[in-house]
Design a protein around this ligand. Structure first.
Ligand code: ZN
Length: 206
């Protein structure tokens, strides 16, 4: 009997935690935030060269929320292009990658597919942390390659958001803001998004 007691463990409450507190943040999607300047630059390049592909490299970093923020620093890598293909100068692209250019943007101009091709996946997408497709005047698609272990990466489709940063203050004194009564809101809101806002607003004011 005495022998048995010796092996009984102490299961008192202090050995257990109902919540394992931790500072780790979790995200279930990655948003790539792109400065408006890069969109304007891509449109300008396309306007200058016509319906040919092109590519440029830029730099991005994750912020504390898990969003991948691109700076407006970019380089046009030396390249040979046709309407459906890009050939990079290996020496130049290697040099730029060493300088921290971890993101590639390439264009399918106005006539191409709004999706990465098999060749893109094989030659462009897998060589950068982030790859963005520019087509028909906009950024249409973006992926990131998240490292799981050596020689194994998880490819993730990402959301794209354009950052409309504009530093100069604008004089808005001619705009007078006033609040409508709730009953008048129905005339103003028509999209699903705004219907939700209206519902929230009504709930708040109850
Ligand atoms: Zn492509």
């Amino acid at each position: 009997m005495a022998k048995r007691k010796k092996h009984i463990k102490d299961y008192s409450k202090r050995n257990y935690l109902s919540v394992w507190d931790s500072d780790i943040k979790f995200i279930d999607k990655i948003k790539i935030k792109i400065p408006l300047k890069l969109l304007l630059i891509c449109n300008k390049i396309q306007e200058q060269i016509g319906n040919y592909e092109f590519s440029l490299l830029c730099k991005g970093n994750f912020d504390e929320n898990g969003d991948f923020i691109l700076s407006d620093d970019y380089k046009i890598v030396k390249q040979r292009v046709s309407a459906s293909q890009i050939e990079y100068n290996q020496e130049h692209i290697t040099e730029l990658k060493q300088q921290g250019y971890n993101t590639v943007i390439h264009s399918h101009h106005e006539l191409g597919l709004e999706d990465f091709s098999v060749t893109d996946d094989e030659y462009i997408n897998k060589n950068f942390l982030c790859s963005i497709l520019f087509v028909n005047k906009k950024f249409a698609k973006a992926i990131m390659n998240i490292c799981i272990k050596d020689n194994l990466k998880l490819r993730v489709n990402c959301e794209i958001e354009i950052m409309f940063n504009y530093d100069e203050e604008i004089d808005t004194s001619n705009i007078e803001i006033y609040t409508l009564y709730n009953k008048d809101y129905s005339y103003l809101f028509f999209s699903d998004k705004n219907v939700n806002k209206r519902t929230q607003s009504k709930t708040k004011n109850r």
